[in-house]
Design a protein around this ligand. Sequence first.
Ligand code: ATP
Ligand code: MG
Length: 451
Amino acid sequence: MVKTMQPLIISRKGHSISRKQVNPNALRTLYRLRDYGFIAYLVGGCVRDLLLKRTPTDFDVATNATPAQIKRLFRNCRLVGRRFRLAHLHFKDDIIEVSTFRAAAPADEVDPDTDTEGTGLGKKLPRHLTDDEGMVLRDNIFGTPEEDALRRDFTINALAYNIVDFSVIDYSTGLSDLEERIIRLIGDPFVRFTEDPVRMLRAIRFAASHNFVIEPVTWETLCVLSPNIFRAAPARLYEELLKLFQFGSARPVLSLMDGSGLLAALFPRFSQWMHEKSNHLTLVQTNLECLDDLYHSGMPSSPALFLAVLFGPSLEEETLVRHRDGIPRQQALDNASAIFRDEFCKTVCMPARVGDRLRRIIAFQPSLHRMPPRRPAVLVNRPEFADALAYLRISAVTRGEHRPALEWWDAFLSNVPSVVCPEQPNNVAPAKRRRKRRRRRPHSVQVAAPP
Ligand code: ATP
Ligand code: MG
């Protein structure tokens, strides 16, 4: 049950958050809002992570100041967002996001852009918009701090840190869920996942990255609603997939995605391939373990490398099947890549250059396998070389293939340290290009005009 009555307030003495841990720009923002008489809280993931003694990825501020008031208070402010109207404060080294407290319930109110004084006399526009199924399309109704907390996704993401007295405020069951390591949706899971299907992926991300358990009702609802994931905006899905797989917990993410039905809903063909043979599943799992190891040793992967590590083995197999049927290898890979892209892009908006880079990583492999390689110094300078080598490194671990080739490349690269550091496969120094010397033309010579 979610409490909606009195918030639980933990005074400074009762929690571990110190201002030293808070981003100085976020602190400046909080102090300025407070000094001008506004309520100012740190909210969301940063409070959760500070309490867990983890380093937050970003610091979000929530206030009762309207976007227009925030803009007047901060010269470095830019208002952004349509679905959620937000203020971005641009500092030299980062951006602090400041949002006005929101309420969840729809109401016939005024547009925040035109209601600059908060008088309610602005142009009438729907601030809250849902589609026929209940998915939220616009959400700009201002509310109280409590309403703001309760419209957030999970109880552990609804905690606030109050700059006035340095207390932590809990309007739901965030603190106890944090202690018990539980991911619990606020409110009715069916309604909340329908409002925004991306929350299903977020539940999995936090469970995997923080090693939490998804509460049974939240999990069961997630499994029932997983086929609805395609209703989320494709660009958000792409962003969320990168966050899911690129930050060191890809392996547990795969299990949860698979178990919930989200993997099959997003990538039916791939999911079918993965379960076709037990070695397919093991291959993908081990690949992702290697990706996580890479991340934990300080080498985050590019989006294309992550996609190659996840989907590459199925792509390579499809290519091989076509090649055996007599199609030239390059063409076979192009066909298999096109089929993959079609399936992927049905629901997820992948930039074309990333899809192309993924294809190139796979296409590069035979050149790396060939012993001795042809013109290695030229290969090293190709833009996809680092990702292709990282892919080879992972394949060597998971499939035990091409180890001599990997050793050869490592030895080769250790002799040209200025080009690539072998310990950092993604870290390719820009290729040194030989410049052609231009001959200076004497000024007197006239350049013929093009016809
Ligand atoms: P991360 O560590 O990835 O930054 P986070 O929880 O801070 O995790 P953000 O995307 O930065 O995630 O969002 C900040 C806060 O906004 C969340 O903690 C949550 O309170 C709220 N939030 C974000 N996305 C949603 C959503 N889809 N539905 C409801 N609330 C959300
Ligand atoms: Mg965050």
